[in-house]
Design a protein around this ligand. Sequence first.
Ligand SMILES: Cc1ncc(COP(=O)(O)O)c(C=O)c1O
Length: 430
Amino acid sequence: MEQFRYMHDRLWCEGTDLEECAGRFGTPLYVYSRQSVIDHCRWIESAFGNEDHLSCYALKANSNPSILRILAGERIGADVGSAGELGLALDAGFPAGQITFSGVGKRDDEIAGAIRQDLLSINAESDEELKVISHIAQELHKRARVSVRVNFDIQSDTHPYITTGRKHNKFGVESSRAEEVFREASTLPGVELLGVHSHIGSQITSSETFAAAARAIVELTDRLRRHGINLSLLNFGGGFGVRYRDYVAHPRLPVEAENPESNLTTVSMLKEILPILRSARCKILIQPGRSMVAHAGILITKVLYKKRSGGKTFIIVDAGMNDLIRPSLYQSYHQIVPLNVGHADGDRHEVVDVVGPLCETGDFFALDRTMPAVERGEYLAVLCTGAYGYVLSSNYNGRPKPAEVLVDADRSELIADREPVEKLFVKRIV
Ligand SMILES: Cc1ncc(COP(=O)(O)O)c(C=O)c1O
């Protein structure tokens, strides 16, 4: 399932030597493994056995059209958060009847588009949105299939910016008002009320947190049933946490301290909560993003300079926070390794800051990190960046977006061109 590994001191993706790949396509460069996407998808699907369910891949994690086509080919569903993502999902071949539409601020035109496409479910987040959906559906002479997102105020152990199910978060309707909102929704003429939706946050690594959320959503479904509101969909969210440390191993790499991430895997967490979810007697939906694609991608960058200053050693690389913002935004940890650990200094470790070229102190990939000593011109891989990597890239500081490459065994093809710097301006400078 994991497709990035060392062979003879060089890092490979499937049957492709990544140093050669970097030389061919240039850096910064995202590289994805086709097999890894497929394997992670099938692994998650395997947790359900023969159970009637639908995994709706959350496009926000990675929406490259080639990655989407691979996942659509696995016959799973999709969860979209905007008209743009809906278009991408449909283009990739996800059937409209297997697409859910989430998001706290859907525009009227986006709602109308979703209704026209007859999506599986529009996940509404407030009473006001429910009324707007009903009104637009009536104007279109349709009934919109709708679920209501409930905020169960579940404490999760993830970064505050990626919790989505705490009381103070903007998402969903408060659980104390859930029954009232469902009752009102069931009377709206343009709404076909199908399900309950929840999402408690991303990169969650505690099965107890998931179990608490699962119990809460099942209790609500039961209560609603007792009051005559029978739902058929239970859309359970919470993003399964993935391992970011010690992802690849080599005798010359330092072992990355204690692993604070739980050893629980997506599938073991799912297997623990499925018996709880099943008791609601609804079709179970999940919305995995990160757990399907995080391990399928890396970001390759080249060392531009090495400098010692203020008692620190800085490794200045050619990728920056505009290419990968997770460390700057969430202080997230990514293992960083040389593509070739066989270089002369490979046995020597150094404590370094790996930083980008942008004009921001927050532009870093690692701080005070122990790594093999590297020099100008060497390539580094920032690992497990298949999710929330390229999708969050920007042109900040006038920097073109990086290229993306998909590896299939020993073949590699460009799936997003490197943005030409000339795209950013009209004046000829060279
Ligand atoms: C509503 C919703 N669904 C799905 C996801 C995907 O979560 P993850 O990438 O952690 O699996 C998110 C992420 O925040 C979300 O908010």
